[in-house]
Ligand binder design. Sequence first.
Ligand SMILES: Nc1ncnc2c1ncn2[C@@H]1O[C@H](COP(=O)(O)OP(=O)(O)OP(=O)(O)O)[C@@H](O)[C@H]1O
Ligand SMILES: [Mg+2]
Length: 455
Amino acid sequence: MKNEEIIVIEDNETMRLGIVESLRREGYKVQAYESGPQALKDFQFKPVSLAIIDLKMEPMNGIQILEKIKAQCPATEVLMISAYGTVEDAVKAIQLGAADFLTKPFSPDELRIRVKKIVEKIQNEKRIQELIEQNLLLSDEAFSGYEEMIGNSLQIKKVFTLVEQVANTESTVLVQGESGTGKELIARAIHRRSKRAEDPFIKVNCGALNDNLLESELFGHEKGAFTGAIRLKKGRFELADKGTLFLDEIGDVSQAMQVKLLRVLQDGEFERVGGESTLKTDVRIIAATNRDLQKLIREEKFREDLYYRLSIIPINIPPLRDRKEDIPLLVDYFLNKQAGINRQKEKQIEIVGMKLLVDYRWPGNIRELENLIERLVVITVGDRIESGLIASHLNQSLNIATTYEQLPLEKAVESLEKNLIVQALKKANGVKNKAAKYLGIPTSVLYYKMEKYDL
Ligand SMILES: Nc1ncnc2c1ncn2[C@@H]1O[C@H](COP(=O)(O)OP(=O)(O)OP(=O)(O)O)[C@@H](O)[C@H]1O
Ligand SMILES: [Mg+2]
């Protein structure tokens, strides 16, 4: 896995040796240089996967080296490091194509995690590149959609290809993506295309239940295990035997439950709550989350060992705003779907309206888009959905934003978020499921936020 070659360009000897030492210990092939020109001379003849570059150096600084490297070999990933990391430097480096920016001092662990993340990205890209070369990437005309998933962008086709590739394996899959990007849809597609398709697909929303309930949901309980346990109950791990278990919102699981999950993932063994005997289960695990697990790991809220167990095959679904070419397809698809549901002729959207939809940021992603189309169809009497109507729906969120300009960013965001939640709750007459749908977030997240904002 780790035969990626890395170069380190750092003028401070102690620092350089430290980085080299900790990366070699991880099994990477590492070559070190004390200045840019020296490194670039070698790089010319032998490009590498990853370059770790110090920012402040003579005679060439890190940004200049980064530019040269990217010009010679765009595929080489760059991790910038700096002691005086200013925001501008970081932004500049990222704009010029650096994959990440690390501020000194950092621990060997921090370095290891960041490098690992970049190497994973490199290997993923390579895998996809190979598929493209072997012509296995789904061909254009056949795939303006896949299963019931719509999309024709390169980004989403990469996701479909991965689904195709992993479906028939037993590997654990971790689906990551913002809320409403289609994580559950992907999980179901993997199951349907796997050897386990005839056996159950069982879903557990790990974010919606407290520890006790979750434990008994997952592992079941014996009769009399606790007050209210009037009969034996099989857990989802048992029910999903031979099938697929979908652990949704895995990022919301408590530390204590993480330990329990780790065990069953490691050896497929568990006990029912209040039970003595150890049970075995044969399930394929697909987990999903909209949280940044790497960040949770850094904050020590998510176990790294569990993360590595889960993310054998990571599938990242890009947000809708990063694959805008899918928006018109999705709009058409949802208009058509609404027409079917309402048994009406399909309603039309003008080009201007479509452009508004394409330009919008879609924080709630496809779910938000689907909900908006439904709303527009319902309130439009004729065949044509007016562009002005679309603008006013989208502007509701935009206009509110401008009144927050005076506040510091975090406060502004919080205040805006609170307002949007209040509005949604009003519109939904206090029905939280409905409000969550309007906002394009899971109900569990709404509960969490309502508590946070004291609503
Ligand atoms: N590619 C797609 N084509 C058509 N519909 C899609 C696509 N992706 C998602 N959807 C629809 O968008 C909605 C949200 O999808 P899904 O529930 O899978 O998202 P999610 O990522 O699990 O969201 P959350 O994080 O909020 O749980 C669903 O109604 C789903 O059918
Ligand atoms: Mg979901």
